[in-house]
Design a protein around this ligand. Sequence first.
Ligand code: NAP
Length: 251
Amino acid sequence: MTARSAEPDAADAELPGHRVELRHARLLVLGANGPTGRHLVRQALGRGYRTHALTRHPETFPIHHDRLDVIAGDATDESTIDAVVADSDAVVCTIGTSFTRHPVRVYSATAHQLVEAMRRHDKRRLVVVTSASLTPSDQSGRTVGKACRSLMRNYVGKTVYDDMAEMEALVSVSGLDWTIVRPPGLTDEAGAGYAVEETEVKGGFCSREDLAAMLLDQLQDDRFLRKVAAVATPGLRVGALHMLRHEVLKR
Ligand SMILES: NC(=O)c1ccc[n+]([C@@H]2O[C@H](COP(=O)([O-])OP(=O)(O)OC[C@H]3O[C@@H](n4cnc5c(N)ncnc54)[C@H](OP(=O)(O)O)[C@@H]3O)[C@@H](O)[C@H]2O)c1
């Protein structure tokens, strides 16, 4: 299934059923100050959401809007998450960290705090981003590609992907209205419309602008409720060296 990146609609446009309610909901974005998170916040505001943007570095957050609250805090901190979840109706989590040989806990610790706080405050809708690298690779495809994916999953990015898997495990047994979104390599190319399928989709890259649109679309769509959605930008190609320099070694 392919969709164009959604352009901002008029904030007061009519939508059927429960969607009207969500449209005027307060949306909490975790990882708001990352490159995907910034697209997400801009698009959410464009669609009319009141938006809470959580970042550890509010002084560097570039977006200002009368429906935007920028909240300083760490996503793994219980009292921070409790307070922002209590004041939100839906949560989209795009937090991320760089590859490291050290153990990573930020995905699972955030998921733990989110699930507990959402249960406490009776909030339901949770959309989290992990990675296509968690999808067991099929037997098709070229040997070189499979070897690269295996190298990333089991060596270069092992501690990050292990913790993402822990996040998925926590979210998928949470009983909440969750969607796990797995993109492949992210790029800063302009959105060109995304493809989405359950579990696996063709395409080695995803524009962050498209990913943000797809994440927001989940708030108006229950097709991937309690499912893993794979998303990519069809036809998007990026050189391996560019990807290595800008995404793998970026920090
Ligand atoms: N890069 C890729 O190719 C790729 C591929 C597949 C999946 N993903 C996933 O896609 C998502 C978006 O990636 P991205 O590259 O656009 O963003 P990113 O560079 O991974 O940044 C995400 C943001 O998370 C925030 N963050 C990290 N730890 C935090 C904490 N403890 N508390 C609060 N905020 C925290 C940081 O903002 P502050 O420092 O301002 O708090 C950071 O800017 C991530 O989940 C990433 O793992 C990335």
